[in-house]
Every structure is written in C-alpha cells, then in structure tokens.
Design a protein around this ligand. Structure first.
Ligand SMILES: *[C@@H]1O[C@H](CO)[C@@H](O)[C@H](O)[C@H]1NC(C)=O
Length: 145
C-alpha cells in the first residue's frame, strides 16, 4: 500500500507543475506588461535623463491614462498623462516643468519619462503605472553631485 502511494506522488507532482505552467502561459499570453530597467539609473545634479518604461508588446498608449509616481514618497505624482495631455495641476511642485513624455514614443508604447535638471532630492524609487491595465514597473534613480 505504501509503495503504491509513494509511486503515485511523482506523476501527480509533475502533472501539477505541468498544469501550473499551462495556466501561467495561458494567462500571460497576449497580455501587456511594462518593462523597466533592471539596474538603477545613475545621474549627476543638473543632468537631463530618461527613466525607462515601455509596454510589451508595444501598443499605442496615447489614449491611456499614465502615471509616474514616487513610490517612496507617498506616491506623489511626478507626471500624469490623461485625455491626451499632461495633467500639470496634479504634478508635485518639485517636478514642475521638469518632466515630460514624448507623444511620438507613446504611440509605440514607450512611456519613458524625461526628467530635466536633476536634483539631489530626485533620488528615489519611481513607479510607472497604467491604471487601465493595472500594470506597473519601478525605476530606481541614484543622484550624485
Ligand atoms: C523611449 O523613448 C526615449 C525618449 O523618450 C528613448 O530615449 C528610448 O530609447 C525609447 N525606448 C525604447 C525602448 O524605444
């Protein structure tokens, strides 16, 4: 009796793993996700930089609402794109006139954020978030003097 039960364990486990993989690939297939950098972005004070984030597969994101936030600072808004425009009044004052997206790039699912005149206080964790798809990625920024 015992050897029989033990004998059953291996195929069952394999089956479970197989089912998991099938479900996993099924649910992920064709679904968008955002890709950020695997390494922190390193900048110096005064630099103009780009915080990478792009949709995979690439889809036109111009009509979507897009949010860049500081996930380490109560999710203050760094940049909000809604109804085809920069929602300036939602942006935290410390990022006023320093953040932008490229509409041409948005058409190709590239949500990378341009940040000009980098300050020491810009150092931190940035979140690129697409509410409609409920997907996000994170970018760490390190600032040196
Ligand atoms: C995304 O756009 C930025 C400019 O906003 C560009 O520097 C970067 O290379 C683009 N990334 C991809 C994956 O196309």
């Amino acid at each position: 009796m015992i050897p029989q039960t033990t004998g059953l364990h291996f195929p069952l486990k394999t089956l479970r793993v197989l089912i998991f993989h099938l479900l996993f690939t099924h649910f992920c297939k064709g679904q968008s996700h955002v890709i950020g950098p695997s390494q922190p972005i390193v900048a110096k004070v005064g630099d103009d930089i780009t915080l990478p984030c792009h949709l995979e597969p690439a889809v036109d994101a111009v009509a979507m609402t897009l949010e860049w936030m500081r996930s380490d600072l109560n999710s203050i808004f760094v940049y909000v794109w809604r109804d085809g425009q920069d929602l300036v009044h939602t942006k935290h004052p410390s990022y006023k006139e320093r953040t932008s997206l490229s509409i041409d790039e948005l058409k190709h699912g590239n949500i990378s954020l341009k940040l000009t005149d980098v300050k020491l206080s810009d150092e931190g964790r940035y979140q690129c978030y697409i509410p409609k798809l409920n997907i996000q990625s994170f970018v760490d920024l390190v600032v040196g003097e």
